[in-house]
Ligand binder design. Sequence first.
Ligand code: AP5
Ligand code: MG
Length: 186
Amino acid sequence: MKLILFGPPGAGKGTQAKKISSHYNIPHLSTGNIFRYNIKNETELGKKVKSILDAGKLVPDETVVDLVTDELQNDKYDNGYILDGFPRTIPQAVALDKYLNSQDTSIDLFLTLSVPQEELINRILSRGEGRSDDTPEKIKTRLNVYFDETEPVLNYYKKQGIVKEVNGMGTIDEIFRRIQTVLDKI
Ligand code: AP5
Ligand code: MG
């Protein structure tokens, strides 16, 4: 199963991706986690993207696309994966489709978590992991970037007929059960 988990900052993509990954035994690929790992370990990539993540802006498409398409070559993704935080712009979605076409495959499902803005902000502010982009000012930037550049990706996949919307409000387990209902039909 190849799955895109989509939604605004704080929607619960990472939280639910972890649960899907362990329940269905498919790997979770989070571009945000990869960038944060590289920043922490002061790699070349980390140095390149640090100020961008700190600001709550988007890493250039080419950098992200190269990263994801390289990563997906790994055998561990052969039986499927959950993409979290990618694609985040129309050019990224187009590049992913091009890559998948070249591999004679495609995304099975695009799952979007809907959560009201006030709840997104509350969740991010109470995360407490010390993320440099979890401040009120950066959250505003991230939400603006989401509405301007990322939300159009939803329509791109709607045209492909693979979008399912899941109510992202409630407890983590309630939301996971809603996701299971959708995934068990695939
Ligand atoms: P990324 O790491 O993807 O961050 P994000 O999209 O801003 O989303 P978050 O990780 O904040 O939220 P989430 O939806 O994962 O929610 P979570 O489960 O953590 O990207 C970070 C940065 O990397 C970007 O700004 C950009 O710079 C760069 N980047 C990454 N991908 C890129 C790309 N493709 N192109 C360009 N740049 C890219 O939940 C949030 C909190 O709420 C947690 O504390 C959680 O415990 C809690 N929570 C979860 N569910 C519930 C619930 N049901 N009830 C109560 N609390 C809950
Ligand atoms: Mg996340």
